[in-house]
Ligand binder design. Structure first.
Ligand SMILES: [Zn+2]
Length: 114
């Protein structure tokens, strides 16, 4: 099934991508335009356009995504030094793909805004 959503096409296999993690709820990839030495994305398999659309029922999904992000940070060797977990929301929030994704940024000293 082809949709116009980049991440849904990764879920369906329409677009081949190297996954660092893959489970029943979410998967993870490296950002193609990294803004730090480590820049990963944790992406839910269900389509949720923005964090504005998140409801309380999505709690288990967000918990899983956070746990996966933490495990990947550990695997990348940035866990102890610290890293950033970010959701960008909407145009002024810097969101570019309208299917929520958790940014995992680290490997250098991050400033207040990035
Ligand atoms: Zn999608």
């Amino acid at each position: 099934m082809t949709t116009d959503c980049l991440f849904c096409n990764m879920v369906s296999g329409e677009m081949a991508v190297e996954k660092l993690h893959d489970d029943d709820l979410c998967f993870a990839i490296r950002d193609i335009n990294p803004r730090a030495p480590v820049h990963l994305l944790v992406i839910p398999k269900i389509h949720i356009a923005t964090m504005r659309d998140v409801q309380e029922e999505h709690g288990p999904l967000l918990g899983r995504m956070t746990a996966v992000a933490n495990r990947l940070a550990e695997a990348e060797g940035i866990s102890e030094r610290g890293y950033r977990l970010t959701f960008n929301v909407g145009d002024e929030g810097g969101q570019t793909v309208y299917h929520i994704h958790l940014h995992v940024l680290g490997g250098r000293q991050l400033g207040a805004e990035g």
